[in-house]
Write a protein that binds this ligand. Structure first.
Ligand SMILES: *Cc1c(COP(=O)(O)O)cnc(C)c1O
Length: 248
């Protein structure tokens, strides 16, 4: 991975307790707000504090500093941590979700606010059905994960298949709410703009096809190393871990 000024800044200020997480969180929020203002966006993006591998105490420090949205990428970790933390946390699932784990995560985490990583009709159907059976009062917000880099190792649907999956969710999954599109950029810094451009283009195509205003479909892109760049390109949901909680 190319070392950027941002990454080295994050690494030299690794939180070690005693308010460090709160300070790092405030720094990220300030940087995100500046990036949004510089691009003329009316609002800063939602910040998902990615807490994977970090203990519940670290999340509590961020919570006490006002953070309410947290992201985990393993079902077991979310299931373990959620009951230890306040119920008004809005959990985002950001990892690969296997169909056979859907019931587990929905039942164990009633405050699961969003699954950002739906990439098959099968998974959408599984989620939709589980919510129906559980009689969850609210629909579940989901995002479609798009493989914008074409790397085989990455999950996510191909860009050309986004519209079909979005239509499926929109018309066949009444217990899901299509909130947006999500992507994980390539670690190679220089190729990220194309990944983000691709997600922006996918949104335009899907909104045109489904007749939705652009504002209705969010873009989840940008992590510790590139969230300002992602905001400049229209990200409304950034997922930041190591810059807030320290390296893993
Ligand atoms: C770990 C992770 C992040 C956060 O990455 P950092 O570089 O630590 O900010 C964001 N999104 C996903 C999907 C992740 O798995």
């Amino acid at each position: 991975m190319a070392t950027t000024a941002m990454q080295s800044a994050a690494e030299s200020s690794q939180p070690s307790g005693g308010g460090t997480i709160a300070k790092a969180l405030a720094d990220v929020q300030a940087r995100a707000a500046r990036a949004a203002a510089a691009s003329g966006w009316a609002n800063p993006p939602r910040l998902v504090a990615v807490s994977k591998t970090k203990p519940a105490e670290a999340l509590k420090e961020a919570y006490d500093a006002g953070q309410r949205t947290f992201g985990e990428n393993y079902v077991q970790e979310m299931v373990d941590k959620a009951p230890q933390l306040p119920a008004d946390i809005r959990w985002h699932f950001i990892g690969h979700l296997q169909s056979n784990k859907v019931k587990t995560v929905l039942e164990a985490v009633p405050n699961l606010a969003m699954v950002e990583t739906v990439d098959t009709a099968k998974l959408a159907d599984k989620l939709n059905k589980a919510i129906e059976v559980m009689k969850r009062p609210e629909p579940l917000a989901i995002m479609i994960q798009v493989n914008t880099s074409g790397e085989e190792s990455k999950h996510g649907i191909q860009p050309g298949e986004v519209v079909a999956l979005a239509r499926h969710v929109h018309t066949k999954c009444p217990h899901l709410c299509l909130a947006g599109l999500m992507t994980i950029g390539q670690p190679d810094y220089s190729s990220r703009p194309e990944n983000f451009d691709c997600l922006v283009a996918c949104r335009a195509e899907l909104c045109k096809d489904l007749g939705l205003p652009l504002e209705q479909i969010e873009l989840s892109m940008g992590m510790s190393g590139d969230f300002e760049q992602a905001i400049a390109m229209g990200s409304t949901n950034i997922r930041v871990g190591s810059t807030i909680f320290g390296s893993r």
